[in-house]
Design a protein around this ligand. Structure first.
Ligand code: DGP
Length: 111
């Protein structure tokens, strides 16, 4: 069981900004921008490479939730959505999550 599953189950605290039957969003414990929120499915999926066709609606739903949170957070000047998949991408928690980052300019290419 990952730490994110414990947050989903409300076994450990998190600063939750959105929740519905399919997903949960909470502030990252180590923020890399003024707004840094993780949006995760409640279904236990390890990463993008574990997604299946049955997850299509879920992932689409998550992106609409990200759009809503970005609006709620006032990220009118832009924001970035990042998902790290696997070792080379520095994924540390093996539960699919989308980082919503905003409130400052970002560089490109990413590090
Ligand atoms: P990644 O490197 O993409 O796997 O990002 C995992 C993120 O999860 C990282 O930015 C820190 C965050 N994180 C890890 N443990 C916790 C936790 O217990 N609570 C919260 N709010 N965030 C966590």
């Amino acid at each position: 069981m990952t730490i994110f599953k414990k947050i989903i189950d409300h076994e450990i605290p998190a600063d939750i900004v959105y929740e519905d039957d399919q997903c949960l969003a909470f502030r990252d414990i180590s923020p890399q921008a003024p707004t840094h929120i993780l949006v995760i499915p409640k279904k236990e999926i390890t990463a993008v490479d574990a997604l299946t066709e049955e997850d299509q609606m879920l992932v689409g739903h998550i992106f609409l939730v990200i759009q809503k949170i970005a609006k709620d957070e006032g990220l009118t000047d832009g924001f970035r959505v990042v998902t790290n998949n696997g070792q080379n991408a520095c994924q540390t928690v093996p539960h699919l999550h989308f980082h919503l980052l905003g409130g400052r300019p970002f560089g490109w290419p990413p590090g």
